[in-house]
Design a protein around this ligand. Structure first.
Ligand code: AMP
Ligand code: MG
Length: 401
């Protein structure tokens, strides 16, 4: 594969942002389904979550203390003892009620004096600090009002969001279905991990990478298969994969070698090309297209660190778009710990270790160096340009997790 194809190639490489816009624009949205509370974290909302009632529903105490009328001079005899969960009677004039955090404020009370600012002796309370109406009271609707939007459609739910849905009393929320992904690895040299290697063979790792990244992005992997380097077998494997997937991802066999059967197979199946070749290093020979039924098809290059580029810069955004989430990718701005050489016409995508805002080079600059990249938690994006970026220069980095 030439490192710098001539500009007049029929498939000029395109900037990765342009490639991403093409795939994100081409994806088919997935259906919505109800998802229960225990499964919500990690899912994408298909419809807004709206508060069915005010929260808090009733004014209640923010402290352990005494509920009373702030305008009364005191001291106040204790008329009741209110615990969280009680439904208290109205407060008699001139009296107070001992109240626990979360206890409903009795009708008539308008403030709570904290236990630390009160003295109770013989059932009578004296306040040791000045009182104002509203002190230590959580008013009705102070968290959210009935009918207000708590989470918008497209929100990616984390643990807090899932808890908020539970706090509203809902048992599930409408979420985007998990995009269905089929993964095909191509290459006669590939052997399953655990199996012995003959000379020239290698252990297959791309399917593990692709599966893990796409599952983390919210997908359901419905098929993983290995495909021999043969035209008919490649075509058959893609035809089967396309029958039941929103996204078909293959790795390897997408370059211009005599055993690269992916593109002809996809053409034969009517998969329409969006682009081939992106202006990155590694990752240049990346192919994407759309099947007649709207499924997205991606032919990622075979080298693991080349495969990583299209996976995180194109396919994770694509599946997020399928679910109606902001496609991203999520990037952080971070400093290079060591200088990095730039390439004149391609963005370098380097697996690095992001620690406290600094990107540490792992020496994984060549696309087969998977072991060197193993500790990476970020993909540093070094823009095309002349010379090198100095240590301390800021670049965008995609967080790999
Ligand atoms: P290809 O794009 O098919 O020419 O493959 C490029 C390089 O990536 C070759 O060295 C392959 O052996 C390697 N490769 C291809 N597929 C995989 C895979 N699934 N796991 C690990 N390495 C692979
Ligand atoms: Mg191959």
């Amino acid at each position: 594969m030439p490192t710098s194809p001539p500009a007049d190639l029929p498939h000029p490489r395109i900037p990765v942002a342009e490639a991403r816009a093409l795939v994100v624009g081409a994806v088919r949205r997935v259906a919505a389904e109800p998802v229960g509370l225990a499964e919500l974290a990690g899912r994408v909302l298909a419809a807004p979550v709206v508060a069915p009632h005010d929260l808090p529903r009733h004014a209640n105490s923010a402290m352990d203390g005494y509920a009373l009328r702030a305008g009364e001079p005191g001291p106040w005899p204790v008329a009741a003892r209110i615990l969280a969960g009680d439904d208290p009677a109205p407060l008699p004039a001139g009296a107070c009620a001992a109240i626990a955090t979360g206890g409903v404020l009795p009708a008539g009370a308008d403030a709570v004096v904290a236990i630390e600012q009160a003295v109770e002796a013989d059932g009578v309370v004296t306040a040791t600090a000045a009182l104002t109406a509203g002190d230590h009271v959580r008013p009705v609707g102070a968290d959210v009002r009935a009918g207000a939007e708590v989470l918008p459609a497209g929100a990616v739910l984390g643990p807090l969001a899932a808890a908020a849905v539970a706090g509203l009393g809902l048992t599930d929320a409408a979420c985007a279905a998990r995009p269905r992904v089929a993964i095909l690895t191509t290459g006669d040299e590939l052997v399953a991990p655990g199996e012995p290697l003959r000379r020239g063979q290698i252990h297959e790792s791309n399917s593990v990478l692709v599966r893990a990244a796409l599952v983390r992005a919210g997908c359901a992997v419905v098929h993983v298969g290995g495909v021999p380097d043969a035209a008919a077998a490649t075509r058959d494997a893609f035809a089967r994969a396309l029958a039941d997937a929103d996204l078909v991802v293959s790795t390897g066999g997408v370059s211009v070698g005599p055993r690269d059967h992916v593109k002809p197979a996809l053409a034969a199946l009517g998969v329409r090309e969006l682009f081939w070749r992106i202006a990155t290093q590694p990752g240049q020979p990346t192919w994407c297209g759309t099947a007649p039924d709207g499924a997205l098809v991606a032919g990622l290059p075979g080298n693991p660190l080349s495969c990583l580029v299209g996976l995180h810069l194109l396919l994770v955004p694509a599946v997020r778009a399928m679910m109606g989430a902001d496609p991203g990718p999520e990037t952080v701005r971070a400093e290079l710990a060591a200088p990095v050489r730039r390439l004149p016409a391609r963005m370098r995508c380097l697996p690095m270790r992001l620690v406290h805002g600094r990107l540490e080079d792992l020496g994984a600059g060549v696309s087969h160096q998977l072991s060197r990249a193993a500790r990476a938690n970020a993909l540093a994006l070094v823009p095309a340009g002349e010379g090198e970026l100095a240590a301390g220069a800021a670049v965008d980095a995609v967080v790999l997790g």
